[in-house]
Design a protein around this ligand. Structure first.
Ligand SMILES: NC(=O)c1ccc[n+]([C@@H]2O[C@H](COP(=O)([O-])OP(=O)(O)OC[C@H]3O[C@@H](n4cnc5c(N)ncnc54)[C@H](O)[C@@H]3O)[C@@H](O)[C@H]2O)c1
Length: 241
């Protein structure tokens, strides 16, 4: 049995990714700060282990991977999906806001990767790390504030470093960087900003979490074994110049 750990599993994208991997026959450890939502998910999903953990807490992450390694013998897949977009704008971003943005989006992924590579040691086949980045790191026309962009750019640099570092250990590391995808994250935007961002999407509508999850599933499938160190941009072709 292949075991996947998905962070932010109770959110829009995380839930779709968890369901994709469950359908593909993996056991999913769903990690989120929202324990009640995880329990509700576990109630109607077989092969789903809910773990209420704050991924900004490095000690809690160490403890989580230790417990999961004892229980399942290791981890084959990590999807760093937990994240948020703090909407204060430059130059009036409080220091605490910058720190929080980096902790939730980047430090969490960094600490999970540190533990995951250990939990993946000795597991068969090509192990996989997928980091959920954002188009915001690359497209400067859209609304994203700079600390959000920077947190995702940092994540993508981590993707490339680990891809290189662990290639011969058969751990493949990729980022998926989606544009507008319909989840509760849309609630951080004003109606006006949201409408403008959606109208910029070439298909005339936002993407669905299941569409992003399908790409995560592809990377985690056998076909994904030969991809590492890539940042895959998903945006309906919006930014092609
Ligand atoms: N929705 C989009 O348009 C879009 C676009 C690009 C990238 N993303 C990225 O996709 C990822 C998933 O976001 P989403 O759109 O599904 O939003 P979402 O708000 O629906 O889900 C995020 C989940 O992360 C969890 N989370 C937040 N902080 C946490 C913490 N400290 N510990 C544990 N869990 C925590 C939340 O409880 C929530 O369930 C994020 O990294 C986001 O930056 C989203």
């Amino acid at each position: 049995m292949r075991v996947a750990l998905v962070t932010g599993a109770a959110g829009g994208m995380g839930r779709a990714i968890s369901d994709r991997l469950l359908a593909d026959g993996l056991h999913v450890i769903g990690v989120d700060i929202d324990g009640a939502a995880l329990l509700a998910m576990a109630a109607d999903r077989d092969g789903f282990t809910p773990e209420a953990v704050d991924v900004t807490d490095p000690d809690a992450i160490i403890d989580l991977f230790e417990r999961m390694t004892n229980r399942f013998g290791g981890v084959d897949v990590l999807v760093n999906n937990a994240g948020t977009c703090l909407m204060s704008d430059f130059p009036d971003i409080p220091a605490a806001g910058l720190t929080r943005q980096m902790e939730v989006n980047f430090h969490s992924a960094f600490h999970c990767c540190q533990q995951a590579v250990k939990a993946m040691a000795g597991r068969p086949g090509v192990r996989k790390i997928v980091n959920i980045s954002s188009n915001g790191a690359y497209n400067f026309d859209v609304f994203d504030p700079p600390h959000y962009r920077a947190s995702k750019a940092a994540m993508d640099t981590l993707t490339k470093d680990l891809a290189r570092r662990y290639a011969r250990d058969k751990i493949a590391v990729n980022s998926i960087a989606p544009a507008m995808t319909e989840t509760s994250l849309f609630n951080v935007l004003t109606e006006d900003v949201l409408a403008r961002a959606i109208s910029a999407m070439p298909h005339g509508h936002a993407m669905q979490p299941e569409e992003i999850a399908a790409w995560v599933g592809f990377l985690i499938s056998k076909a994904g074994d030969v991809s590492s160190g890539n940042v895959i941009i998903l945006n309906q072709g919006r930014d092609v110049r």
